[in-house]
Design a protein around this ligand. Structure first.
Ligand SMILES: [Zn+2]
Ligand SMILES: [Zn+2]
Length: 202
């Protein structure tokens, strides 16, 4: 548990240090720490004995990684879309407080959202697919880094920052499910600009 949690902290706050040098957002720093210590850490304790230590062949590992990637994508997309429904949006609106976020705003979210969207959508596929513990650590580090990068003010990421601006596009990550369900966009076209203005006026 402590190894997982330390690697998560290191990846998340390392990414914040890399991407957020020019900006500070104290409220997001405290909310990130709150969610990490009150939700992520207890969850890591609960799932401590559930990981597989079996060393799989390379093809089986690749198949399991693909399974985790697809399942977590579908789960996260579905959860995120549910969070945009009228009933659940009051919870998600906290994360949407930032229309132009910085990296550390990644975990600025209601604890319920943090539990289901940011944690269980990734932990459950790993457990279900019986992914080896050390591959799980790799995914944990990459996803902790990735969530900060997705919110950071850098030119290499567009998709999730457009979600914060427009609300109704790019619900998933890496565009996998969004492309299938036509909710993907990666540029501010004229129609998208109009939609952004409309949302701003609401
Ligand atoms: Zn976000
Ligand atoms: Zn959203």
């Amino acid at each position: 548990m402590w190894l997982e949690f330390s690697l998560h902290l290191l990846s998340y706050w390392g990414a914040v240090w890399i991407f957020d040098r020019a900006a500070k957002e104290t409220a997001a720093v405290w909310m990130s720490l709150y969610n990490q210590f009150t939700i992520t850490l207890p969850l890591m304790y609960l799932f401590d004995d559930t990981y597989s230590y079996t060393v799989d062949s390379f093809p089986l590992t690749a198949a399991k990684m693909a399974g985790v990637f697809i399942l977590s994508n579908v789960l996260f997309y579905s959860t995120h879309r549910l969070l945009h429904t009228r009933i659940l949006y009051p919870i998600h609106s906290i994360h949407h407080r930032y229309r132009d976020p910085i990296g550390v705003c990644a975990l600025y979210a209601h604890p319920i959202e943090h539990l289901f969207a940011n944690n269980l959508c990734f932990v459950l596929p790993i457990v279900v697919c019986r992914l080896n513990y050390y591959w799980m650590l790799l995914i944990l580090c990459l996803s902790s880094f990735n969530i900060v990068w997705a919110h950071a003010r850098v030119e290499s990421n567009v998709a999730h920052r457009l979600h914060h601006l427009l609300y109704t596009v790019n619900y998933g990550f890496f565009g996998l499910v969004d492309r299938l369900l036509s909710s993907h966009t990666d540029s501010l076209t004229e129609s998208v600009r109009t939609k952004a203005k409309h949302n701003q006026a609401m």
